[in-house]
Design a protein around this ligand. Sequence first.
Ligand SMILES: *Cc1c(COP(=O)(O)O)cnc(C)c1O
Length: 411
Amino acid sequence: MKAIDIITQAEADSRTARDAIGALVYHNQCKVLDAFKKHRIEPRHFAATNGYGYGDLGRDTLDELFATVFGAQKALVRPQLVSGTHALSVCLFALARPGKAILSITGDPYDTLLDTIGTENEAEYVFSLKKLGATFISLPLLADGNIDIDGMTDILHQRDDINLVYLQRSRGYAWRPAILNTQIKVACAALKALRPDVPVMLDNCYGEFTETQEPIQAGVDIISGSLIKNPGGGLAPTGGYIAGTEKLINTVQYRMTAPGIGAEVGSWQGGYQPFYQGLFMAPHVVGESLKGAILAARAFELMGYATMPSFDAPRADIVQAIEFGKKEPLLAFCKEIQSASPVDSHLTPEPWAMPGYQHEVIMAAGAFVQGSSIELSADAPIKPPFIGYLQGGLTYEHCKYAITKVIEALG
Ligand SMILES: *Cc1c(COP(=O)(O)O)cnc(C)c1O
């Protein structure tokens, strides 16, 4: 089949699945607009501030806006949280305790968090959760991608030192489905029946606005993510967020800055407009990414590649995984995504030992915001079976253009 025929066929096959995204986007757009109305957002909220930022109305209102959208009691939304990893690490260090254990019920966490947890051969000067004396237990998902509820209850019966349960909603660099809110709800209910005192933390990176509800509404106590992914809508220039119960956020704020200071400091000379406007755009932009991922899944399926999820499966993240089986097509895939980007299209991505990752990683992105992966991007750890991860796309048309170029290159 010629590239144009594959794309035409993939678009026809995926029409119903892409149409369903429209309803999701509308639901989430209403939710976001209702929150803007509730908090009476005005131009003065966008103002630049500097110094300590005492009484920074734009910052404080943005916190409240995110809390409302995510169904949380409180939130911290900060350009000073430099990335998703930073925001998640702040939460983990705030909630971990010496002699206690964190139980992950979605297997190993995302690669960049392994150094936070602590590794065998970490440098002496690194202070990880491990050196704090906090254990991290990783309970893998079941073969069908479900959470091992029985395994979780067994561990909770066996040990009384668990003081935090941890989930990761998105697939990360794993060949597994994203965790749906329905699954999160079952896991939270099972945990709370046994140990109502143990809070649940969730890595929400790539998950925001992919379902009609957010994980806090499914029973999670605290979530965290990056503003240069879904909730920044492609406009936020940097930052991270944390949202959750008042009690947990009150604790976390003192790890984010310093005890006694908490959330009351922090300014932003650039002004807050891109953060507000980004949140306003986020449901639509996430929808464009999801439609792009669905098209990609169908197109690669038609070419004979295995995909995760398949084009018509439920989604709870914006990531599309494609198994290439060999190194060359994976590299060609990344090269074409780069070449189809609006920025840096003339560059060729190369695998490199990126800080925080366990294998060599190749990253293709030509983004307006450096490293933004709500903009169309592709990446992959260089290891068999050579799975490529595609995510983002501010417009469906950009996704379609890029996928067409990949298909042409793979011939
Ligand atoms: C991207 C990502 C992170 C880390 O976020 P950065 O902003 O890249 O530091 C953590 N967890 C998941 C699931 C992610 O997708």
